[in-house]
Design a protein around this ligand. Structure first.
Ligand code: F6P
Length: 362
């Protein structure tokens, strides 16, 4: 058991994910009730260690009622690395190293250890602080589910539910109007949300970054469906999917950003087929709102286990889910290795088995 722990801190960094508050609640309850520690909530990710004025004690009372709440009661940011912080001085842009200040402020706040809840970027910073001597424990979060050290991150299940619900809704209107409907979902450079939602929502085409596609193959799938009197098609597009070099008419695609990809594909399909196309970009709706029961439970398990790791003196580690069990891995091993969809996996096989096209074959 780690001796000398009296006060721990907790911060949430990076994009929010449904379940962050459930982690905070689990951590605070275990810390206070099982270990008798004080818990300090650090606001807005690592910014709260640079400017600690808004740090506040988290009690059983202050975490009461937050289990079903989306977002994070601590606030977050996906900008600003304290080791190279972009700011301005006398009107000029400068890059500052605030890491020493963060360590000092941690002492000032009397925090003996810090639980950092975040994705790969946030956890990489946490690992740098660990190497400087900070007692850190990490908790993985992201709707993208792209962290390799854990089977699943909380937030993914909720995002998947939102995306599946959107597909169910698009299904009926697409069918009624005989349209090609595209749904662009988040996921950064991984196709997990698109793949899972596409299977769960009965999509006809799924486009993901891991499987190169052509517009011709998508058009062929739409035509095959029409031959079997299915005059509508549903296409799920992962925001990170890679456009082919040329559209169906041989013209190069314009450069696109996330949020614009499905539009570019829809335009090309419309040009090639003359079919009516419509696009829905689901965006941050996937991240907001109440976590699913699965995410609430996983987040609670992660939060309580983070407290247990501190009690055991297991610093520099990240909680994770493996074979259904909550475990811990060194942060060093957990960061920088992305989990992407394996194109030979049984998920992809199952999708192909029920007739879903990935746009890679005609
Ligand atoms: O990593 C989570 C995520 O929602 C990605 O899926 C998406 O690409 C990105 O964050 C959006 O970030 P922002 O909230 O900065 O627009």
């Amino acid at each position: 058991m780690a001796s000398g722990i009296r006060t721990i801190g907790v911060s949430t960094g990076g994009g929010d994910a449904p379940g962050l508050n459930a982690v905070i609640r689990g951590l605070v309850r275990a810390a206070v009730n099982d270990y008798g520690w004080r818990v300090v909530g650090v606001t807005n990710g690592f910014d709260g260690l640079i400017w600690p004025e808004h740090a506040r004690e988290l009690t059983e009372d202050s975490v009461s009622g937050i289990l079903p709440r989306g977002g994070t009661i601590l606030g977050t940011t996906n900008r600003g690395n304290p080791f190279s912080y972009h700011t301005t001085e006398h009107g000029q842009p400068v890059v500052k190293d605030f890491s020493g200040l963060c360590l000092e402020n941690m002492k000032r706040l009397k925090m003996d250890a810090l639980v950092v809840i975040g994705g790969d970027g946030t956890l990489s910073i946490a690992n740098k602080f660990f190497q400087l001597g900070m007692k850190v424990v990490g908790v993985p979060k992201t709707i993208d589910n792209d962290l390799s050290a854990t089977e699943v991150t909380f937030g993914f299940d909720t995002a998947l539910q939102v995306a599946t619900d959107a597909l169910d809704r698009l299904h009926t209107t697409a069918e009624s109007h005989h349209r090609v409907m595209l749904l662009e979902v988040m996921g950064r450079d991984a196709g997990w949300i698109a793949l899972h939602a596409g299977i769960a929502g009965g999509a006809h085409v799924i486009l993901i970054p891991e499987i190169p596609f052509t517009i011709e193959n998508i058009v062929e799938k739409i035509r095959q469906r029409e031959l079997s009197r299915k005059k509508f098609s549903l296409i799920v597009v992962a925001e990170g999917a890679k456009l082919p070099p040329k559209d169906a008419l041989g013209k190069p695609f314009p450069e696109t950003k996330p949020g614009q990809l499905a539009n570019a594909i829809a335009f090309s399909i419309c040009e090639a087929t003359g079919r009516e196309t419509r696009v829905t970009v689901l965006g941050h709706i996937q991240r907001g709102g109440s976590p699913s029961p699965f995410d609430r439970i996983l987040a609670t398990r992660f939060g309580v286990h983070a407290a247990d790791l501190i009690a055991q003196g297991e610093f520099g580690k990240m909680v994770c889910l493996r074979c259904g069990k909550i475990m811990a891995v060194p942060l060093q091993e957990a960061i920088g290795v992305y989990k992407t969809v394996d194109a030979t996996s049984d998920y992809v096989r199952a999708a192909r088995g029920v007739g879903i096209s990935f746009g890679d074959r005609s």
